[in-house]
Design a protein around this ligand. Structure first.
Ligand SMILES: [Zn+2]
Length: 414
């Protein structure tokens, strides 16, 4: 692989000191950048950068040169919450919602998570891999350079393992860091609708040992919500996950103040995700922890549910990350450019805050900030080059569009 030199960069964004692994609350409005810059990538890593006034004389003897023509360079988006392994899209539910059908009517017609689970159970591992690969390739073209992917449409031992093996295959096939979360506790399958204890026992006694044995997951996830998994059930599941060395990244407070944040923090969750519903106790609990609040504004947009109160989290110096929540039911999009725009438009994040939330803090929410999420010497050369832009704010301002012209992964043009 030949070294890559990018010159004439309008602004090289996200040059945080390498020792900064996460930005808490008010620190998020600092986004260091170098105007009129160059960057050098060698052996897949960032090995140098600076101002065009100081382009080094001792460049490698042969290298690929790219002129950015005033375009900006950003570290790749780090999408820390997705469900991109699924068997089928659910646009029939989309139309039913437009027609005003209720959640119950959609469920009766075979909608919801159980719909995805039924379809996934009969789908082959190869087909799941193929369809997820197309989604992941699309996301990479839109600037994503690290991703977390969840199971949770299996809901049986075999199907959960099948999903996690597909995620492992994606890890092997793609050049970007991929983390896997075990989310058998996404909902109760039909057979266990009236036997919650039985399903939790199945997860703890049969699924978890297998998942750990094959090293298929990095994190333990639970949908802690009214009508799904209670705080007590979540507590038990997170405790069981910890025994196998799986720290929590959990779904909390999507539909109500469920106690999910508190139980996540109790188990030192890497992140608690959603938080469309919060109160003072939630903010106070998070502010005393190292847990990251991961917000998913495109899910709020798509479902028409409230947006998270990002400002109260930031004012309490809580680290906030942004992620796509790409899934077939509530967020059929993995476009992080749109997520960053919605972070500004709907969560009232400043462009600097939204970009930090989708890069360095997203990396931290996958425990990857030592290798990606900012422009620093020795970090992975995963970045993207935009068209020439008049200012940083132009990126989120031009919502629904991508300004990305070139994607670089491991120091090579993608
Ligand atoms: Zn989710």
């Amino acid at each position: 692989m030949s070294p890559l030199l990018i010159t004439d960069i309008g602004s090289l964004v996200g040059t945080h000191p390498k020792n900064i692994s996460v930005l808490k609350g008010r620190e998020m409005n600092t986004l260091p950048a170098i105007n009129n810059a160059w960057i050098l990538c060698e052996g897949g890593l960032i090995t140098g950068f600076g101002s065009m006034d100081n382009l080094p004389a001792d460049l490698p003897t042969s290298f690929t040169s790219v002129c950015a023509n005033g375009g900006y360079v950003f570290p790749s988006w780090c999408d820390s919450h997705t469900h991109i392994v699924f068997a089928a899209s659910r646009e029939e539910e989309f139309v039913m919602k437009i027609q005003g059908k209720s959640y119950e009517e959609i469920a009766v017609a075979g909608g919801g998570i159980l719909n995805s689970a039924n379809k996934l159970q009969s789908e082959s591992e190869d087909h799941l891999f193929e369809s997820a690969s197309i989604r992941l390739s699309d996301m990479i073209k839109l600037g994503t350079g690290a991703v977390e992917i969840k199971s949770g449409y299996g809901l049986t031992l075999d199907s959960e393992l099948k999903m996690l093996r597909v995620i492992r295959s994606l890890k092997e096939a793609f050049k970007i860091p991929v983390k896997a979360s075990f989310l058998a506790a996404h909902t109760f399958p039909e057979d266990y609708k009236n036997d919650h204890k039985g399903y939790i026992k199945l997860i703890i006694d049969q699924m978890l040992p297998k998942v750990a044995d094959e090293g298929l997951a990095d994190y333990m996830d639970v949908f802690c919500e009214k009508g799904f998994f209670s705080v007590e059930e979540t507590d038990k599941l997170l405790e069981a996950g910890a025994k196998y060395g799986l720290p929590p990244k959990i779904h909390a407070n999507q539909l109500s103040v469920s106690g999910g944040v508190q139980v996540g923090v109790k188990h030192n969750a890497i992140s608690v995700d959603h938080l469309e519903a919060t109160d003072e106790d939630v903010v106070s609990c998070l502010s005393k922890s190292n847990t990251i609040a991961t917000l998913l504004p495109s899910c709020s947009l798509y479902l028409g549910i409230p947006f998270a109160n990002a400002r109260s989290l930031i004012n309490a110096d809580i680290p906030v990350a942004l992620a796509s929540d790409f899934n077939p039911g509530s967020t059929p999009s993995g476009n992080m450019n749109l997520v960053v725009s919605l972070g500004c438009i709907k969560l009232k994040l400043l462009p600097e805050e939204a970009i930090n939330a989708a890069t360095l803090n997203g990396a931290a929410a996958m425990q990857l900030s030592d290798i990606t999420g900012s422009i620093a010497i020795g970090k992975k050369a995963n970045l993207f080059i935009t068209r020439p832009m008049s200012s940083l704010a132009y990126l989120p301002y031009s919502f629904g569009q991508s300004q990305i012209e070139k994607v670089v992964l491991n120091g090579e043009l993608y």
